[in-house]
Design a protein around this ligand. Structure first.
Ligand SMILES: [Zn+2]
Length: 191
């Protein structure tokens, strides 16, 4: 999937979780940080790709991307697996607990947003022809539907004309259906 599809998928997943399990109260700083970190989480699995969107968005990112590349074994390996989820879940918590105290944000909430973005990436990639090695190091790539020909080509017409607009529509649906929940959340901000 393309970077912008992952961005939108992360946002959709976060919207859905917030709508269905709204936090009791949340500060503006935590809300904004969670949203930004969710996008970072949604692009993180592709750090094994030196040309990844995440690297392009960071200063000197392409250099760092090339350094990371050999360690993660090329595109769609360890960072696209359950081991990758566990590693980044630990690593992001480790970083956030240190940075969170400075930023004065709810670390658990920001961390959850990161993981929502991260996992949404792997789910989205599972719909593509390349599939996802969920059980790395077992060298098998899982995909849905199981037949490769039926899956989506990354950057192809289907992704641009059906998947991306479909996700936009889904967001509209979530915000429409859970309008009151989101309104409540904003009222909490204003207190
Ligand atoms: Zn990917």
């Amino acid at each position: 999937m393309m970077g912008r599809t992952h961005d939108l998928a992360s946002f959709t997943a976060l919207s859905y979780v917030v709508a269905t399990q709204p936090p009791q109260s949340i500060t503006l700083a935590t809300g904004i940080t969670s949203l930004l970190i969710c996008f970072v989480g949604g692009l993180t699995p592709d750090i094994d790709q030196p040309t990844a969107d995440l690297w392009r968005k960071l200063p000197a990112g392409s250099v760092i991307g090339r350094i990371f590349h050999p360690f993660l074994g090329g595109h769609r390996y360890i960072s696209h697996s359950i081991i990758g989820i566990l590693f980044f879940s630990w690593f992001s918590k480790f970083l956030l607990t240190r940075v969170g105290q400075v930023l004065l944000v709810d670390v658990n909430m920001v961390w959850s947003a990161f993981m929502i973005g991260y996992i949404s990436h792997l789910i989205m990639d599972s719909f593509t022809q390349e599939g996802v090695p969920w059980l790395f190091p077992i060298p098998f790539r899982f995909g849905f539907p199981p037949f490769k020909v039926l899956r989506i080509k990354t950057g192809g017409t289907f992704e641009k004309t059906v998947v991306f607009p479909g996700l936009l529509f889904l967001n509209g649906y979530i915000y429409y259906s859970f309008y009151n929940k989101f309104l409540d959340l904003f009222k909490h901000y204003l207190k």
